[in-house]
Design a protein. Sequence first.
Length: 160
Amino acid sequence: MLRISILCVGKLKEKYLKDAVSEYEKRLRTFCKLEIIEVDEEKSPDDPNDTQIENIITCEGKRLLSKIDKSTKVVAMCIEGKQRSSEGLALYLEETAVSGVSSIAFVIGGSFGLSNEVKQRANLKLSMSEMTFPHQLARVMLCEQIYRAFSINKGTKYHK
């Protein structure tokens, strides 16, 4: 069974977001082994300068990278990444699993994004949209799209 990790900076704060992620975790159990790994957000001043932002991104990136095994395929969720349809994500997951890869990690950065080191480690840079979403909502959206991708691959009625 394919192991999917979602690595995130910070914890979900809102109950409705936690509930949504929990629902998708429950649904995904039949398709994969899902693990959500949260790393601490770096403390940030109210109005950080560019150097402080870079330091925050670097520290968070190191925390994220420390949670990824060498054999894991990495998908960096970043604005400059390639956009894919739900069917395209389904195909990516299927092709990855068929190729013998047993573990995929989707990485969601903090409010300032992902470090260059995380992006360089990635096998795929993926963007959800040209629009900007709160990174906590991105976690829910990603869980839904992973569920949709497995549903597409299994031919269930979820995806219309």
